[in-house]
Design a protein around this ligand. Structure first.
Ligand SMILES: Nc1ncnc2c1ncn2[C@@H]1O[C@H](COP(=O)(O)OP(=O)(O)OP(=O)(O)O)[C@@H](O)[C@H]1O
Length: 407
C-alpha cells in the first residue's frame, strides 16, 4: 500500500510555494518523473480562465454547463472526473471538502479512497475534521520544512471580540414586516427548473442559514435577493418593502445589503490600508476616492478596535492572513449596519483557528446588532454558529423545494 500523507497548513502559509515545493523540490520525495494532478480551487480557476479566453471546455460538468455557469460543487465533481480520466500517478488534494454538500463529500471521499489503492495521495488541509481516513502520516509545514505532527488538536481561541459594536450609521428604515418575501418563486434555466414555488420570509434581525446540496439553487436565491439575477423580474417578491418590478432600482435594493463571499477575496488585490478597506464600505468602492467624514472614520476605528487591528490599521490589507482579510471584509460590509448581511460560503478555505474567530464575529453581529444575517453554507459549522432558523433546499425532479427548519 502507498504511504499517503497530509500536510496541515494555516491561512498564513503560502500555498503556491508549498505546491511548488511538492511538485518540483522533492518536499515529499522526488515526484518530478511522475505524472501528477492537482485537485484544487487553484486548478479550477485556471480551467475557468482558459474557458473564458479560448471558449473551449476541457472539463465537462454533469449538466454540460460551462464551469463558469456551474455551481461550486458541480465544478469540483467535474474536476475530479477529469483528473481520474488522465490516470495520474499522484494527486495533490487541496481543501477537498470545501463547497461540497454532505453526500458529495462522501462520494468524493469514497472515490479518493478507491484511488488511494493505486495512486499516491498528498492531502493539503487546514481543517482537522477533513483528514481523509486512509492518510498514514500527517505533517505540519513550517518554515519550508515538514514536521511530523502527532496530534491535530488546535488550541481553542479565547473570546476575542470584547469591544461593543458601534451604533448604527444613518439607519435605513426597516420598518417593514419582512426584509425579504419570496412568494411562489420559480426559476428555470432553459428546460431545467432550478427552484420551484419557493415561499420564504426573512424578518428584521433574524439569523438564517441557507443550506442545500450542490446545485440545489442556493446561489440562485441569493442573486434574486441581491437584485443580480435577471430572472427576478418575473417573480412575486417584496425586497425591503419594495415589490419587485415596481420601478425599484438595483441600487435601492443593494443599499440594504452587506455582502461577503469567499470569492470576493480575489477581487481585492490592491494594496489599500486596512483602515481604508473598512472606510470604503461607506462609499461602496474598492479603494478610497472620496474624503470620508469624521463620523465614518470614527465608526471605522471602532470596528478596527473590535477586530483588534487598530494598531495595524495603516498596514496593507494584503499583509493580512486570509482569515483576517475576511474579518476586515465583514466589517466593511457592516459599517453601514445594513438591514441584511449576506455571508455566502464565508468559511471556505479557513483554517480551524480562523473559522472559530470568524464564527465568533458573526454570532456577535447576530446578537448585538439589528442586522439580519443570511448565512449560506454546506459546511456544518453548527458547533460554532447559532442561527435562529435554517432554510433547506431539497432537490426534486421538478426543481428544488424549500423547507423551514427551526433550530
Ligand atoms: N446562468 C446559468 N445558466 C444555466 N444554468 C445555470 C446558470 N446559473 C446556474 N445554473 C445552474 O443552476 C443550478 C443551481 O445553481 P446554484 O449555483 O444556484 O446552486 P448552489 O446550490 O449554489 O450550488 P453549490 O452549492 O454547488 O454552489 C446548477 O445546476 C447550475 O449549473
Amino acid at each position: 500500500m502507498e504511504t499517503h500523507i497530509a500536510i496541515y497548513i494555516s491561512n498564513n502559509d503560502d500555498k503556491h510555494k508549498l505546491l511548488e515545493s511538492i511538485q518540483t523540490k522533492a518536499l515529499v520525495g522526488n515526484l518530478t518523473n511522475l505524472k501528477g494532478a492537482l485537485f484544487s480551487e487553484i486548478a479550477l480557476n485556471k480551467f475557468i480562465l482558459e474557458e473564458t479566453r479560448h471558449g473551449h471546455f476541457d472539463v465537462t460538468t454533469q449538466t454540460k454547463n460551462s464551469l463558469k455557469n456551474s455551481s461550486q460543487g458541480e465544478r469540483k465533481k467535474a474536476l475530479l472526473n477529469h483528473i481520474i480520466a488522465k490516470n495520474p500517478e499522484y494527486i495533490i488534494v487541496d481543501n477537498v471538502f470545501d463547497s461540497l454538500d454532505v453526500n458529495a463529500q462522501q462520494t468524493i471521499q469514497n472515490t479518493l479512497e478507491h484511488l488511494s489503492k493505486s495512486t499516491l495521495i498528498i492531502q493539503i488541509t487546514n481543517r482537522k475534521r477533513d483528514l481523509l481516513p486512509f492518510i498514514n502520516t500527517i505533517y505540519h509545514w513550517k518554515e519550508g520544512k515538514l514536521e511530523l505532527l502527532n496530534t491535530m488538536d488546535v488550541s481553542k481561541q479565547k473570546k476575542i471580540f470584547i469591544e461593543d459594536l458601534p451604533p448604527p450609521y444613518n439607519p435605513i428604515d426597516t420598518n417593514v414586516e419582512n426584509l425579504v418575501k419570496l412568494n411562489n418563486v420559480t426559476v428555470t434555466y432553459g428546460e431545467r427548473v432550478i427552484v420551484n414555488a419557493i415561499c420564504w420570509e426573512i424578518k428584521p434581525g433574524e439569523f438564517w442559514q441557507l443550506i442545500g446540496p450542490n446545485g440545489s439553487g442556493k446561489s440562485t436565491l441569493i442573486t434574486l435577493i441581491t437584485g443580480d439575477n435577471p430572472k427576478g423580474y418575473l417573480q412575486d417578491m417584496v425586497l425591503f418593502g419594495m415589490q419587485k418590478g415596481s420601478g425599484e432600482s438595483v441600487w435601492e435594493i443593494k443599499r440594504n445589503i452587506g455582502y461577503f463571499s469567499s470569492e470576493m477575496l480575489r477581487g481585492f488585490m490592491r494594496s489599500d490600508s486596512i483602515e481604508n478597506m473598512i472606510i470604503s464600505g461607506f462609499l461602496d468602492s474598492i479603494g478610497l476616492y472620496k474624503f470620508p467624514s469624521d463620523r465614518q472614520i470614527l465608526i471605522a476605528h471602532q470596528w478596527l478596535r473590535i477586530l483588534n487591528m487598530y494598531e495595524i490599521k495603516d498596514k496593507s490589507f494584503q499583509f493580512l492572513s486570509d482569515g483576517h482579510k475576511r474579518l476586515v471584509l465583514i466589517a466593511r460590509a457592516m459599517v453601514k449596519q445594513p438591514p441584511l448581511l449576506i455571508l455566502d460560503e464565508p468559511t471556505n478555505g479557513l483554517d480551524d483557528a480562523d473559522a472559530e474567530i470568524f464564527a465568533e464575529l458573526v454570532n456577535k453581529i447576530a446578537t448585538e446588532s439589528t442586522t439580519a444575517i443570511l448565512y449560506v453554507s454546506h459546511r456544518n459549522e453548527e458547533k460554532l454558529l447559532k442561527p435562529d432558523f435554517i432554510y433547506e433546499l431539497e432537490p426534486e425532479q421538478t426543481g428544488s423545494v424549500g423547507k423551514l427548519i427551526t433550530v
